[in-house]
Structure formats: C-alpha cells, structure tokens
Design a protein around this ligand. Sequence first.
Ligand SMILES: NC(=O)c1ccc[n+]([C@@H]2O[C@H](COP(=O)([O-])OP(=O)(O)OC[C@H]3O[C@@H](n4cnc5c(N)ncnc54)[C@H](O)[C@@H]3O)[C@@H](O)[C@H]2O)c1
Ligand SMILES: [Zn+2]
Length: 348
Amino acid sequence: MITILNDDFSQLNSFLHEKSFSRIFILVDENTHEYCLPVLLGNMETDLGFEILEIEAGEEMKNIQTANQLWEILTEMQADRKALVINLGGGVITDMGGFIASTYKRGIQFINIPTTLLSMCDASIGGKTGIDLMHYKNMVGTFAFPEQIFIYPKFLETLPFKELRSGFAEMLKHGLIADKAHWESLIQIHKLDVEAVVPHIQTSMDIKQDVVEKDFHERNIRKTLNFGHTIGHSVESLCLSQGNPILHGEAVAMGMICEAHLAFLENLISEEEAASVIENIQRYYPYLDISDFTDESITALLMNDKKNTDSKINFSLLTGIGSCTYDHQCSQENILKSLYFYRKLNNA
Ligand SMILES: NC(=O)c1ccc[n+]([C@@H]2O[C@H](COP(=O)([O-])OP(=O)(O)OC[C@H]3O[C@@H](n4cnc5c(N)ncnc54)[C@H](O)[C@@H]3O)[C@@H](O)[C@H]2O)c1
Ligand SMILES: [Zn+2]
C-alpha cells in the first residue's frame, strides 16, 4: 500500500503504533542522512528504539560486500525477526534495504520511504529488490514487498536537478505505455522542477502499481515497463564500462527515442506519432553522445539482455501513445536503422 504523508507524518506514526515491532533500523546513505533523516526523526513518534545504518551514496555500493556488512551489523545488534527496516533513500537504498531485510533471518519486515523521484515513481514499487554482481546490474535479488510505501514529496526539494530529470523519464514512460492523458499533462511542463512534477507523482505511481498487480512475475504486461530500456540499458552499460556513468533516466530517455523510431519502422505507430514522442522527449534531455560506441558494441549488449528468450532480442514497443506491446522481435536491420536515426539527431 502506498500512502502520501501529511506534514505531520501521522500515517507513518499510526503504522508504527499499530504493528508490534521490536526495534527499528533506518537505512540511509550519506545524502539522505543529511537531508531526509532529520525530517523523518523530527516527525517520527514511537516508543521503539531505533538505530541508523548508513552507507556511502552511489550505485557502486549496491553489492554483496555492503549487504554482508549490513547483515553483520543487524546480527551484532541482535535484530530479531520482529525488527523493522526503514529504507530512507533512492533506488539504491530501497533495492539494497529490501534485499537485506528479505533475506536476514529468512525475512524481516521493511518499509520504503523513497526520497528521489525515480524511487517514488518506480524503484520503491513492485517488490523487486536486489544488488549488482560484477558489472551486471540487479543480478542477485528477491521478490519481496514492503509492508508499506510512504511518499513525502517535499524530500524532492533537496534533490539535484539531474536526478529529478532522471526520474521524470520513467514518468514519461508510464504515460507513453499506459496513459495518454498522463503523457499529455506531463509534456505541458515547460520548466522541469519539483513544483511542476509533484502533482503527477500519484498517477505515475498508480500506473506502475497497476501493471505490477496484473503481472507480478513479469510474464506478460509488466514487460511493457521495459519500453526504452532495451537500447537504454546497453548504452548505460557502455558508458559505465568506459568510466563515464550516466544517470539511468538519461539512458532511458535516449532508449525511448530510438525505440519510438523503431516502433515506426516496425509499423506499430505512425511516423507522426513517433516524431511527436521524440520531439517531446528531446525538449527535456540533452543529446547523449554515443559516437564512441559502435553499432556492434551496442547490439552485442542487446543480445545479452535478461528479457531475451531463444536468442532473439525482445522489445517492448509502443503501439500508440498510451499503449505498448511486448516480446516484439525486430529485424536487425531496423534496430541498426534506429541507432542511425539517433546518431543523425546530433546534427539536426
Ligand atoms: N527495484 C526496482 O524495481 C527498480 C526500478 C528502477 C530502478 N531501480 C534501481 O534504483 C537505483 C537508482 O535509483 P535512484 O535514481 O533513486 O538512485 P540513488 O539511490 O543512487 O539516488 C540518487 C542520488 O540522490 C541522492 N539523494 C537521494 N535522495 C535525496 C534527496 N532527497 N536530496 C538530495 N539527495 C538525495 C542519493 O544519495 C544519490 O546520490 C538503481 O540501482 C536501479 O537499479 C530499481
Ligand atoms: Zn528504469
């Protein structure tokens, strides 16, 4: 269940009061420690004892070493099976905290209090937890639901602009795959800032929640959430491997542009629809330079995508603005054409 918190955090306090937890462990990174924890502690009313678990910020921390340290701390602090983990942070914290909570003593309860736009609209919802293994993202993890998700949009006020814009890509995606009206109200936003996005968070969360409820195990409709992510993930991985990491939403925005054009090439949407999607995404995201990457390096990564079956590359592609198909296999020729199309946008 997702609750938008009032300024006094009363719904969170009632939740803590009604359940009989033994103790609370609050997981933060250095930034959410500084910006969000004081707000949480200033409003949290409980008789329970609590401990703060802090990790460094960043995707590089989402690994088994950090998980191991956290399991050890929980053990040393004698966390029992009625302890509650509160994940206060972005997607790294909700993925990591959900993972360690769902495995410690075969699973203790946790709640998510997401503090980035990306984690509010996407990462904290849907019950996927996990860590990276070597340079493979989210390779090890569990399906585990938080007891509750509490959203406090004011946390976004300290979030750097690029992080806000990264999360906005997932909101645009939600509109494109499932809700034309949502897409149309998002593209009315001229100046991307907290005030402009906050009124649309609920709709984005509802879309994600709805898709996940229909297909928890990602056998069918949940795959539509991967729109923009097939090509996007390849480019994200290539940038990472070159030591130039880009934000997830920046890669997804680029991926959505390529895959919108691909949907046109595959006769799923009209040229006008593709152009309108692409032009609108370009309004928010600067061109991502992919000139260092060959077509072969990008397509080699596409072949490795977790979503593939029978050595075919499966795409989730728009069939209109607000609708999306999945397991669509594209010709190699069209995939290359979509990359060529993106490369040409640089000079347009
Ligand atoms: N489980 C899922 O379904 C799912 C879905 C999408 C993404 N993810 C995962 O989410 C992660 C990305 O999440 P993210 O973009 O939130 O990254 P993040 O958790 O790294 O947060 C981004 C940055 O913002 C900082 N920050 C967080 N809240 C802040 C605030 N209120 N004020 C100031 N700074 C703040 C963080 O310290 C960090 O430096 C990835 O690991 C990705 O794999 C998971
Ligand atoms: Zn994503």
